[in-house]
Structure formats: structure tokens, C-alpha cells
Design a protein around this ligand. Structure first.
Ligand code: ME8
Length: 524
């Protein structure tokens, strides 16, 4: 396999203030799909995810639970059905997992904070403002919406305390230029929002330390202050590679990141504050920040603090990991919001996976087994003009898929694959193999029809691998694909499967779900 170079991709580091929900799984699955896709195409990938473990909210939650903050986060991260278990269950292929309570990270954050202070990018002042406790966000009066937190709509409190500030204002012009004149931030629609709402009204310096709680990285030169959220959280992307620490040694190789995937509510932190911190540290900027949309439930954002969350653990167990992964990226365009519902999930499983993909595989493999000795195609095969359209579609698929994947348009990439799957199902009706099978003289033609179906399945399965790794492996196994025709290169080459492939039947990939019964069962 060719090595195309390095690729570094990250998820946000999630707050382990509660169990993670389907919104977190959404971003992590998307990142995993991209990481797997890049590996498939020959990149040396670093995929980072992790947890953001400090802050007042976690301190409060731990107190309520009667445990220390560290015990609290340890349980959510490492405990049974915790974050690590969830990612394992969901087949997440992260190369590294960072916890902001890891010693090496804390020590590096202290160094970064001190450096910024010593060079004058951080100074001491008094913080006056409004604070939203559930969101752990400070807001200025002008940012409030109807006097409430612009993120969650809840009440905010007056806050005033001695604090350190980062000179964000100093970087305003450079950040505006970065946002407006490069493709640093995508989707592009988010650029105007950042520039008009945050930069044009005047970027204010950012409060980066707190004295009102203790669960944070201590400011080592000023006891009583802990580093407040963003310098701690954002620097995970470099400390996890070994920046300012000896734990890892990958900074030179992998930084700058190729893309940070983040939800739209933290685009501001990643496209304004993070580049400013990096500019102050004189480090290269990530190549791209992509702000994805939210999964909504009954029209509102799912969130741990609102409690309207859907458990990805339960959904994976009930419907299968691959079905859930597929649903998340097939149904919602990555840059936009989408409404999660059980009906949509079951509908997608039934339509795309059970009817279209599952049926194509089971019909094809069972016909090959039924019509040919030992399930092996004979070498003598007869082509027909009827095959051309299917072959043309399959041969052009990889390029279209690649173009969509490079835009993070997962839904479009899957639509292209499913066009081939539908076309192949139609091809079965057009060629009517059961009619051909009635006459021995038609065997070479029948063999060719079967081969074309197996080839369509092979190319589809290779391209579905990043989305549904286990399912794709099973399809490739059933159709008798050798390892070398299961690679990216061969997904672009019609005819890679051996003409005399041998199929082996397996279980039905996705049994159809009875929607009514299932919805009733879920209500219980
Ligand atoms: O913001 N729909 O952590 P967090 C889609 N620790 N995605 C969602 C979602 C939803 N309803 N809810 C959450 C933090 N997400 C900080 C990040 S990064 C240096 C620090 C996803 O636990 C989405 O990617 O609140 C969002 O940005 C992220 O989880 C926020 O997770």
C-alpha cells in the first residue's frame, strides 16, 4: 500500500460530567470513519479523542455523588459502560486517548500558561461578567440572549473575581484574515457567524483562570488560581502528541492537525481562541476546523445538562454497532442539524441495510451457491451489452466517493454507494437469473451475471469499510474476495475479483425489523 503521508484528526475532548450520549457518538463515529478512510487510502493516521475532566461542574457533580472529582471522572471514563467501553463497543479506532487529568498533560499546560504569562500574552486583571454554570461559560452582557445564556437559554449569574486574561484582542485582525481569506473553517457558512458575532463587535480578552473552584490545573506561579477551561482543553491537541512533555514523541510528525471535528457550539473556541493561542506560542495552525451540526431530539439539542439524551450503548446493543454507525452518517448531512428518532433509525436499517444491501448479498450468494457446483463460478462467461451501465457505474464509483469523503460529505459518499447497490438489485430483475438457469446453454451468461453482481458487492463493501467495518468484512468473506481485492486500489478497478470466485453463505446481515412492534417495545 502506498504511503501518502500523515493525517492527524481529532474529536473534541468530551466532558465526563455524565455518561456520553448519541451526540458524542455522532462526532466520534464521523471522526472514526474519516480516520479509517484515510488509512484505507494509504495515509499514516493519528486519530485522537479523549476527555476534558476539569471544571466546576465536575467538581459539583462529584460532591453530590460523595466522591472526589478524580473518582467521579474515573468512573465515567474507565468504569463499566464508561467512555472507553463505549468507544470499544462502537469499534472506534482511535490511536490515542487523552484525559486532561493525565500528569503529562497537566505539566505541559502549566508550561504553556507560564510561557504565555512571561511573554505578556497572559496578564492579571479582574473578571466581571455573567457566568452560565451548566455550560461553564462566561458571557458579556451583549452576548446574552434575553438576559440568558446564548447556548442553553438558562439563567446566568453575576461573577467578579481576580483572574488571568489571555490577550485575545491582539490577534483579532489575524484571526479575521484567517477566517475570511482561507478555508480554515468549514462549512463556510460558519465564517460569517464568527466574524459578525464575535470579531466585528470587538474581540475581548479571555478569562483563563479561576479562583472560585479548585478542580483544575493549578497555575504554578500563583497558588489559588486554576487554569480555566480553554487553555487546558484546547492544548490537548498538541500535548497528546508530546508537545512540552516526554510522554509522546509525535509532535513533529503529526502537527499541524489536518482537521479538528467539533460541534457547532464550540466552533468559536476552535476557530478564534485556539488559533490565537497557537499564534501566541508561535506554532503552526491546524489546517482545518469543521463544525458539524447537532442531533436534535424533538427539535432541541440533546445535552447532558438537559437530560434529553439517547444512550448509544443501548442502541448499539439493540440494533448492532454497524447499523447505528451507518444510520448516523447516512441520515444527517454532517454540517447541518438533524432530528434523531427511533423511526428514522429503524427505517434506515430496513430500507438501506435489510432491503437493499442485505438482500443484494443474500440473493447473489444464494444464487451462486444454487446454480454453480460448490459455489464456484466457471471460467467460461459471456458478457452482454446489458452489463455496461452497471459496470460503468461501479467503475466510476470510487472517484465520486473519494470526492465526497474529501469534503466530509459522508451522506453523499454513502448515497453514491447506494446508487450502485440499487442498480445491482435492478440488474437482477433485468437479467432474470432464474430464467437463465433453466437452460444449461445459458450457463456462461448466468456466470457472468453473477460475477457482475459479486463485483458490484465487492466494490461497495470496500468503500463501506470505514462506515461498517465488520459488515464489510463479512460481505467480502461471503463473496470470496481475496485480501488484495479488498483494498482501496482495487475498489477503483472493475474486474479485480477472481473470475472463478467461490462464495460462502453466511447469516442474513440485517434482519428486517417490524417497525410497529419495535416502537411499541421501545415505549415500554
Ligand atoms: O464541549 N449533536 O464537551 P462536550 C451532535 N469539553 N453532537 C453533539 C451533541 C449533539 N446533540 N452533543 C454533543 C465540550 N455533541 C468540551 C470540548 S474540545 C477542546 C473541548 C458533540 O462533552 C459535539 O461534537 O459538551 C460537541 O462539540 C461535543 O460533543 C461537545 O462535547
Amino acid at each position: 500500500m502506498s504511503n501518502k503521508g500523515k493525517y492527524y484528526i481529532t474529536t473534541p475532548i468530551y466532558y465526563p460530567s455524565d455518561k456520553l450520549h448519541i451526540g458524542h457518538a455522532y462526532c466520534t463515529v464521523a471522526t472514526d470513519v474519516m480516520a479509517r478512510y484515510k488509512r484505507l487510502t494509504g495515509y499514516d493516521v493519528m486519530f485522537l479523542t479523549g476527555t476534558d475532566e476539569h471544571g466546576q461542574k465536575i467538581e459539583d457533580k462529584a460532591k453530590d455523588a460523595g466522591v472526589t472529582p478524580k473518582q467521579y471522572v474515573d468512573n465515567i471514563v474507565e468504569g463499566e459502560r464508561g467512555v472507553l467501553d463505549l468507544w470499544k463497543l462502537m469499534n472506534i479506532s482511535n490511536d490515542r486517548f487523552i484525559r486532561t487529568t493525565d500528569d503529562y498533560h497537566e505539566a505541559a499546560v502549566q508550561k504553556i500558561f507560564k510561557q504565555l504569562y512571561e511573554q505578556g500574552d497572559i496578564y492579571k486583571g479582574t473578571y466581571k461578567g455573567k457566568y452560565c454554570k451548566p455550560c461553564e461559560s462566561f458571557w458579556t452582557e451583549s452576548q446574552l440572549v434575553d438576559g440568558k445564556c446564548p447556548d442553553c437559554g438558562r439563567e446566568v449569574q453575576d461573577a467578579e473575581e481576580e483572574a488571568y486574561f489571555f490577550r485575545l484582542s491582539k490577534y483579532a485582525d489575524r484571526i479575521q484574515d484567517l477566517l475570511e481569506n482561507t478555508d480554515f473553517l468549514e462549512p463556510r457558512s460558519r465564517v460569517n457567524e464568527m466574524v459578525n458575532n464575535f470579531i466585528k463587535p470587538g474581540l475581548e480578552d479571555l478569562c483563563v483562570s479561576r479562583t472560585s473552584f479548585t478542580w483544575g490545573v493549578p497555575v504554578d506561579f500563583d497558588p489559588g488560581h486554576v487554569v480555566y477551561v480553554w487553555i487546558d482543553a484546547l492544548s490537548n491537541y498538541i500535548t497528546a502528541l508530546g508537545y512540552d512533555n516526554d510522554k509522546y514523541n509525535d509532535y513533529d510528525k503529526f502537527w499541524p492537525a489536518d482537521v479538528h471535528f467539533v460541534g457547532k457550539e464550540i466552533v468559536r473556541f476552535h476557530s478564534i481562541i485556539w488559533p490565537a493561542i497557537l499564534m501566541a506560542l508561535n506554532l503552526p495552525l491546524p489546517k482545518k476546523v469543521f463544525g458539524h451540526g447537532w442531533l436534535l431530539l424533538d427539535g432541541g439539542k440533546m445535552s447532558k445538562s438537559k437530560g434529553n439524551v439517547v444512550d448509544p450503548y443501548l442502541l448499539s446493543e439493540r440494533y448492532g454497532v454497524d447499523a447505528l454507525r451507518f444510520f448516523l452518517l447516512r441520515t444527517f448531512p454532517f454540517g447541518s442539524d438533524g432530528n434523531f428518532s427511533n423511526e428514522a433509525l429503524i427505517g434506515t436499517i430496513n430500507t438501506d441495510l435489510a432491503n437493499d444491501l442485505g438482500n443484494l448479498l443474500s440473493r447473489t450468494v444464494s444464487m451462486v451457491g444454487k446454480y454453480f457446483e460448490g459455489g464456484t463460478l466457471p471460467a467460461e462467461q459471456t458478457a452482454d451489452g446489458l452489463d455496461d451501465e452497471l459496470i460503468a457505474l461501479a467503475s466510476g464509483l470510487r472517484d465520486k466517493y473519494e470526492a465526497a469523503m474529501e469534503r466530509f460529505a459522508f451522506q453523499d459518499a454513502l448515497s453514491e454507494v447506494f446508487k450502485l447497490i440499487s442498480r445491482a438489485n435492478k440488474y437482477i430483475d433485468e437479467t432474470a437469473p432464474w430464467v437463465l438457469a433453466r437452460d444449461e446453454a445459458n450457463k456462461p451468461r448466468l456466470a457472468r451475471v453473477m460475477y457482475n453482481l459479486l463485483e458490484s458487492l465487492r466494490i461497495s463493501a470496500v468503500l463501506l469499510t470505514p462506515f461498517m467495518p465488520d459488515t464489510s468484512a463479512e460481505i467480502l468473506r461471503q463473496i470470496g474476495a481475496c485480501p488484495c481485492c479488498s483494498q482501496w486500489e482495487s475498489a477503483g478497478k472493475w474486474g479485480s475479483l477472481s473470475a472463478t470466485a467461490t462464495v460462502s453463505r453466511g447469516d442474513n446481515l440485517f434482519p428486517r425489523i417490524d417497525m410497529e412492534k419495535e416502537l411499541a417495545a421501545l415505549e415500554e
